[in-house]
Design a protein around this ligand. Structure first.
Ligand code: IDP
Ligand code: MG
Length: 139
């Protein structure tokens, strides 16, 4: 069913600051069902590929370094209107611009180290889920 799944990562800063539980609770409280979840660490190659769309941007090197700096939690979430509702739950890329009550407002350190990833389209949600999980890991 299109439109009911998104992909997220709890990024290295939020894992390091012991906020996996708090962030997962916010995700559950907002009505998302967890369909797959794992603690893992990205290789440089994986981070470069995942963020390839940004490879011309000035922050690309910093982004790859940050995303490989420690463990992350990768997860697939399900809810009606998942992509848009999850982007609203995480808030703006820069926590200084994120609304009160959003995950980034609460837990992000900066525009770069911003606690969580959320897919920006149904198509990317599927690509990103498949990047991190095999078919038999997705329920
Ligand atoms: P998004 O995560 O809100 O979709 P994107 O523009 O897709 O934001 O950027 C991907 C990630 O790259 C951001 O979540 C953040 O970690 C990092 N990033 C974006 N802009 C900057 C910046 O100006 N400086 C440093 N890192 C950035
Ligand atoms: Mg994005």
């Amino acid at each position: 069913m299109a439109g009911n799944r998104t992909f997220t990562m709890i990024k290295p800063d939020a894992v390091e600051s012991n906020n996996i539980g708090n962030i997962t609770q916010m995700i559950s409280d907002a009505g998302f069902k967890i369909k797959a979840m794992k603690l893992t660490q990205l290789t440089k190659g994986q981070a470069e590929e995942f963020y390839a769309v940004h490879n011309e941007r000035p922050f690309y090197g910093e982004l790859v370094e940050y995303m490989t700096s420690g463990p992350i939690v990768a997860a697939v979430l399900e809810k009606e209107n998942a992509v848009i509702d999850f982007r609203n739950l995480i808030g703006s890329t820069d926590p200084n611009e994120a609304e009160e009550g959003t995950i980034r407002k609460k837990y992000a350190e900066s525009k770069g180290r911003n606690a969580v990833h959320g897919s920006d389209s149904d198509e990317n949600a599927q690509i990103e889920s498949n990047f991190h999980f095999n078919e038999n890991e997705l329920i």
